[in-house]
Design a protein around this ligand. Sequence first.
Ligand code: SAJ
Length: 417
Amino acid sequence: MEKICIIGLGYIGLPTASMLATHGFEVIGVDINSEIVKIINNGGIHIEEPGLHTLVQAAIKSGKLKAATEARPADIFIIAVPTPFTKEKTADLSYIKSATKSIASLICKDNLVILESTSPPGTCKDVLEPIFTSFDLISGKDYYLAHCPERVLPGHTLKELIQNDRIIGGIDKKSAEKAAKFYKVFIEGNIYITDSTTAEMVKLMENTYRDVNIALANELAKICEKLRINAWEVIKLANLHPRVNLHTPGPGVGGHCIAVDPWFIIEKYPADTEIITLSRKVNDSMPEYTVEYIRKIVKEIDNAKVAILGATYKGNIDDTRESPALKIIAGLEEIGIKYSIYDPHVREFKYKLSSLEETFEGADCAVVLANHNEFRFLHPAKIGKLMRNKVLFDTRFCVDHNFWRQNGFKVYCLGVG
Ligand code: SAJ
């Protein structure tokens, strides 16, 4: 079995490393954060993902997965580090560059390097390859290089890691074939071979398609509020058409992918990306729209307090990166509306988190921002007793509005007029 070295033990690197270890590969997982390395070597996890803890425990127990702070020689190197964006909304490739440099001196003949991190088109050719060249390594001769973008949906990572189809883009044909042979060992989905820039663009367009579609849904939500109809019903009925798949509106698009990746295309081709740019703007304006909605709901109330339900960027995960909640809370502070935040999935957040009771205590409006399953089972009768005013504002159309109304609540919902 080949030796694998994975750089980055985050939302993609850790599940991949553990899964490879349980498939018999000898895996070194590398992270610059020594605390994370310690946790993993003790069989623990630093992120929430269904089934991950059990998998990491099994991988560590088997002796096949070891975490370290520095890369070690291997047959295959996988780079799974973050590609955040800068304040100017351009891709920050510093993690990819330092990961590449950290392995360049370890590369031996026939080693394969796989970039899984989402990257702007041309990254393998224009960023990774020149770094290796500066170490006197020639692609296709001294080493092989491929881009195989991760495509898993947070919350469903372990299943999708195995079942999803994979796109493999080689810097040359042999690189793609070598990478395909490796993925075939543990991937149940189909494997499609192409060149590295096409693979980079495929990944970016998947998320951009979703972003544009969500922007369309957000626009629909605003229109339906004015029309005094229900956007969620419009979407449900329109999607009965065999060729329609409208996405859903919400308080904003968060996470480290959909709100970020379209910028990697815009950055390179600003004049040709009008729809993509406009969609980003529409989705980025939703937190402000949500704050304004809340302001209108509580405008007659002195010293109003809202109960924020959910800090994460979507339901049933613990990830708050780029979460619309961040902008919404900042917006509430700006206009002087008091708030408490409850999120059963989150341990650490930029703002103070409170218990369920504290959050509802004296609140004038409960605002659902993330569709965690727990919120569907909240009991309005019990919660209503803690609140000063029984009002619900659901931005995700995820709780049973009729049930809350039966329990004395006035209910508002994003996209419903
Ligand atoms: N959202 C909406 N309306 C929708 C769908 C999502 O407002 O109809 C919002 C969510 O609430 C969230 C954001 O968009 O704030 C993104 O959530 P998501 O579930 O659409 O996507 P991510 O960011 O968790 O994962 C995406 C996935 N991409 C696609 O489905 C095309 C995943 O497969 C990728 O691997 C991941 O990005 C990534 O790493 O790129």
